[in-house]
Every structure is written in C-alpha cells, then in structure tokens.
Design a protein around this ligand. Structure first.
Ligand code: 5GP
Ligand code: ZN
Length: 114
C-alpha cells in the first residue's frame, strides 16, 4: 500500500532500527517504547489488521509469532519473559493499520492490560 507507514518501513523508504528481517517479515524498534524492549514485527505484505486475516494467512501469522520467539531468545530476554500483543481495530487500541505484533520485555507486565 503506497501510503502505508509500515509498508514504507518494510521497503526501507522510511528508516527504522531493524532487529530482524527475513523473506516474510521485518522487526524494528518502536519509536515510542512502552517498555525497555519494545519491538514491532510486521509482515512484508500489507494486511490492515488481524481482523482482515483469513485461513490462508495462518502460516504467515505463525511465522510472525515464531519470529517473536526467536528474537526473544537471540536477544536474551526469553527466559525472563515477555509479552506479545496484537492491538486490533478501535477498541483494541490499533493506531497503525498495517498488522503488527508488539514484542515487549524488560519489565513486569500486569494482566489484564488497561
Ligand atoms: P498500535 O497502536 O497500532 O498497536 O501500534 C502502533 C505502534 O507503532 C505504536 O506503538 C507506535 O509507537 C509505533 N509507531 C508509530 N509510528 C512509528 C514510526 O514511524 N516508527 C516506528 N518505529 N514506530 C512507530
Ligand atoms: Zn502497509
């Protein structure tokens, strides 16, 4: 999508601090971190939100989650723990409409979130 912020980050048109990339996804530091570690993992293909996924996206969605787990292990915070969040649509708090997985770590989180 030509006017999508995260498509532009995935293509390199807008800079971000990348922590991982592969054929299917890109991971980069959130510009406004909500924890000492706050990484966003996005598919290279544009999907508006989790609400727009279907059965055909199952492998890609699984890839985003296993990428999150890999990033956590490689960066040494898997054992302490982390939180994975996918904000979806207005009530879910989604503000950027290119599907993304938040990977948060480096502090203790409460549940349920606010
Ligand atoms: P959402 O609220 O949609 O779940 O999450 C969007 C996230 O994108 C927010 O945590 C916000 O800080 C982050 N964000 C917004 N614009 C940019 C940007 O230009 N660069 C980066 N790295 N993160 C961004
Ligand atoms: Zn996009």
């Amino acid at each position: 999508m030509s006017d999508c912020l995260f498509c532009k980050i995935a293509s390199g048109e807008i800079p971000a601090t990348l922590v991982h990339e592969d054929d299917a996804c890109v991971a980069f530091n959130d510009i406004s971190p909500q924890a000492p570690i706050h990484i966003l993992i996005i598919p290279r293909v544009h999907i508006d939100s989790l609400d727009k996924t279907a059965a055909g996206d199952a492998a890609l969605m699984g890839h985003l989650l296993t990428a999150a787990a890999d990033i956590a292990r490689k960066n040494g915070f898997a054992e302490n723990g982390y939180r994975v969040v996918i904000n979806t649509n207005a009530d879910g708090g989604q503000t950027v409409f290119h599907l993304h997985v938040h990977l948060l770590a480096g502090r203790t989180f409460v549940f349920p979130p606010g």
